[in-house]
Design a protein around this ligand. Structure first.
Ligand code: NAD
Length: 512
């Protein structure tokens, strides 16, 4: 089937219906949803008003007041059921991700797998929300810390991981005893509606099996920036986890700080890799190609800057250029195609502007042109671009959310480390080397300044077991694995006196 003859609206309707979304929810609304695969409309979703959003947050707060009393392992049982429902829905939801965002089939399915994995992680976590017992200086006393839920956790997500980002936050927030309110990207409300329907199925099973779950434990609010702002400013939302551009974080961060709310900011990246003289070039080629071209360059962890040592530059870069010329671009749901479309026309225009700016700085561009416009005039497919740059300047220091890889030569390891860290963003990074000193230096305190630093693996495609996030203009947040759960709880220090005297700390005397 060609792009021109695809009927994605009908397919999306069928998927939504199988996933439990009422047909009325995706028809007749004010928010037009387009598939980037063809550029055609696939739904019209109702948007929530600011007043209705505030009321939904109040209702979520009521849900929190009940949910915090449910023991954590019992809360985990709900997330176990959510994981089961996601397993059952994986094929359909993965396909809907492909239709709404343009991801290739394995990446659409991979995104749902990530949701399942974080549910498994959160179920285990529900029995491990430990605090410490701490040595106290006073006799017959015990000091310890306990962890309590926070309240309503706001989740704002970006278009490029339309459902996984919700689950990284929600699975943890819910086992920690919070309620959640989710504002997805206005570009991806269909997958959000489907995810909400899957969650509601899990709640139904949980209640049928004897569990206690209040209404409005997880609430979906659909709309643009305005309702995102209501969530950010609402006094009953003690934590907002916001994923998106650095521009969004710059708007959201100060608003949260103003009312002393907590923030997990997961913002833009400008991820780099260093290829050293000892690198395994076959492995490097594959690692670079996936990290730079995968998801059509629309991952926060996409590889955007490549520093190649002089001694291997001519062995690697021509091979890379060849791979760029031969990569298969097209309908992401057709097996064999590796690069799908950009999300929209604005994204294409930003890519072209960045390529022009790179040329003006002396960059030499291979690729970057629009393809398949005859087959789908309203869709934006591009050949990924490689730009050989004389130095790190102009658009190289910005994140352009498209498949552009800037390639630069280097000769000195310390100097390239400075260049590597010499951008405002600090999300993910890699080194390709077989030199133990270089590898260890790269992941040491004087190496990469990013939240993720890899050796012989590209910067994109993190596992849920590790804490995910970055430094500097990437926002500093951490979510998903390791001890990220602590961000979704408040810590109390408790001192208990089981003696008959009242010794004061630091030997203070106060006898009355
Ligand atoms: P975006 O910033 O345009 O939108 C992200 C979300 O923020 C949307 O839901 C949007 O409605 C909302 N929003 C925007 N302004 C807001 C405001 N003032 N108040 C409240 N909400 C607001 O981002 P996008 O184009 O959807 O996604 C691409 C960007 O996201 C890239 O920069 C990418 O690097 C970044 N991203 C980061 C991560 C990460 O974990 N670090 C993950 C995915 C995407």
């Amino acid at each position: 089937m060609t792009l021109a003859t695809l009927n994605l609206a009908a397919e999306a309707d069928a998927l939504l219906s199988r996933l439990g979304v009422d047909a009325a929810a995706v028809q007749g609304g004010t928010l037009s949803v387009r598939s980037p695969i063809t550029g055609t409309e696939i739904g019209k979703v109702a948007e929530l008003s600011a007043e209705a959003t505030a009321a939904a947050i109040d209702a979520a707060h009521q849900a929190f007041l009940a949910w915090r009393n449910v023991p954590a392992p019992k809360r985990g049982e709900l997330i176990r059921l959510l994981g089961e429902e996601l397993r059952a829905a994986k094929a359909d939801l993965g396909r809907l991700v492909s239709i709404e965002v343009g991801k290739i089939t394995s990446e659409g399915l991979g995104e749902v797998q990530e949701m399942i994995d974080i549910c498994d992680f959160a179920v285990g976590l529900s029995r491990q929300l430990y605090g410490l017992t701490i040595a106290t200086e006073r006799a017959d006393h015990r000091m310890m810390e306990t962890w309590h839920p926070l309240g309503v956790v706001g989740i704002i997500s970006a278009f490029n991981f339309p459902v996984a980002v919700w689950s990284w936050n929600a699975a943890l927030a819910l086992v920690c005893g919070n309620a959640t309110v989710w504002k997805p990207s206005e570009k991806t409300p269909l997958t959000a509606l489907a995810t909400q329907a899957i969650f509601e199925k899990a709640v139904k099973r949980y209640v049928a099996e004897g569990g206690t779950a209040p209404d409005n434990l997880s609430t979906l609010i659909i709309g643009g920036r305005e309702i995102g702002e209501v969530l950010v400013d609402h006094p009953k939302v003690p934590l907002v986890s916001a994923t998106g551009s650095t521009a969004m974080g710059r708007a959201v961060g100060p608003r949260l700080a103003k009312r002393f709310a907590r923030a997990i900011l997961e913002l833009g990246g400008n991820n780099a890799a260093i290829v050293t003289p000892t690198a395994d070039l076959d492995l490097t080629l594959r690692g670079v190609a996936f990290a730079a071209m995968g998801t059509a360059g629309q991952r926060c962890t996409t590889l955007r800057r490549l520093f190649v040592h002089d001694s291997v530059y001519d062995s690697l870069v021509p091979r890379l250029q060849k791979a760029y010329q031969s990569v298969t671009i097209g309908n992401p749901m057709v097996d064999g195609n590796l690069v799908g479309p950009l999300i929209d026309k604005a994204s294409f225009e930003r890519m072209q502007a960045a390529l022009e700016a790179a040329k003006a700085e002396g960059g030499s561009v291979t690729g970057g042109e629009r393809v398949l416009s005859d087959a789908a005039a309203d869709a934006y497919y591009v050949r990924p671009a490689i730009v050989e740059m004389p130095s790190q300047c102009g658009p190289v220091v910005d994140e352009t959310f498209a498949p552009i890889l800037y390639v630069m030569r280097y000769s000195d390891f310390d100097a390239v480390l400075d260049l590597h860290n010499g951008v405002p963003q600090g999300l993910s990074s890699s080194i390709f080397t077989n030199d133990m000193r270089e590898a260890e230096t790269f992941i040491s305190a004087r190496g990469s300044d990013c939240g993720i630093a890899n050796v012989n693996i590209g910067p994109s495609g993190a596992e849920i077991g590790g804490a995910f996030g970055g430094e500097k203009e990437t926002g500093g947040g951490r979510e998903s694995g390791s001890d990220s759960w602590k961000a979704y709880m408040r810590r109390a220090t408790n001192t208990l006196n089981y003696g008959r005297t009242l010794p004061l700390a630091q030997g203070v005397k106060f006898d009355i």
